[in-house]
Design a protein around this ligand. Structure first.
Ligand code: PRP
Ligand code: URA
Length: 215
């Protein structure tokens, strides 16, 4: 899958289908139903890239004709962790590719005045130290939410974490990178900047509101 290393720690998935769907997602005329489908599809395509280094183990397979060797993904099951709310939109698409994945949840919202994250929920599998985690949120803006979510995952014992977002701002990439240089960031786009209200430009607006029709 075509990818572009853009900033240290950031990989942009430049596959034509991802870029095509992203343009539809940005369009303010795209209705909620289609927006949800696009987030789902983009997440699935991004997961193809994010899973490229999953460890494999050799297995024996009996075909109808003979025994042969094949590969299976090894180790503890991958864990998807959406940051509520908007991260929820990325879960189902990835589960279609990796149906055995576990799903944790982190509840966070951005305080409207300070733009700092406020956390309200945390649940991941108990054996976090032995699992690979994909932390999911369509938007990486100031980076406060992502950095706080990674802190929570690490407190729970996680050591192998990737952050998957659809649109990243340079400010967010820098903040997450400074706080957690060990966490690779995979995005569909690196946008220009944040506005005074902490929204990504050109961005796609409020991802949670567009996903759930709450504007
Ligand atoms: C949005 C988005 C991220 C966060 C990004 O959520 O889904 O979680 O903002 O901003 P940051 O990088 O500056 O922290 P929001 O706080 O609007 O909550 P919601 O999903 O519940 O609407
Ligand atoms: N959260 C969003 O949903 N959109 C932005 O542009 C920034 C933060």
């Amino acid at each position: 899958m075509p990818t572009t290393p853009v900033l240290p720690g950031l990989t942009v998935v430049s596959h034509p289908l991802v870029q095509h769907k992203l343009s539809l997602l940005r369009d303010q005329a795209t209705p909620t139903k289609i927006f949800k489908e696009l987030v789902d599809e983009i997440a699935m395509l991004m997961a193809y890239e994010a899973t490229a280094d999953l460890p494999l183990a050799e297995v024996t397979v009996d075909t109808p004709l003979e025994s042969t060797t094949g590969k299976r993904v090894s180790g503890k099951k991958l864990t998807l962790v959406p940051i509520l709310r908007a991260g929820l939109g990325m879960v189902e698409g990835i589960l279609r590719l990796v149906p055995a994945a576990r799903v944790g949840h982190i509840g966070l919202y951005r305080d409207h005045d300070t733009l700092e994250p406020v956390d309200y929920y945390f649940k991941v599998p108990a054996d976090a130290a032995e699992r690979d985690f994909f932390l999911l949120d369509p938007m990486l803006a100031t980076g406060g939410s992502a950095a706080s979510a990674v802190n929570s995952l690490k407190r729970a014992g996680a050591t192998r974490i990737k952050f998957l977002c659809i649109v990243a701002a340079p400010e967010g990439v820098r903040r997450l990178r400074e706080a957690h240089p060990d966490v690779p960031i995979i995005a569909a786009a690196l946008d220009r900047e944040l506005n005074a209200n902490g929204y990504i430009l050109p961005g796609l607006g409020d991802a949670g509101d567009r996903l759930f029709g709450t504007r």
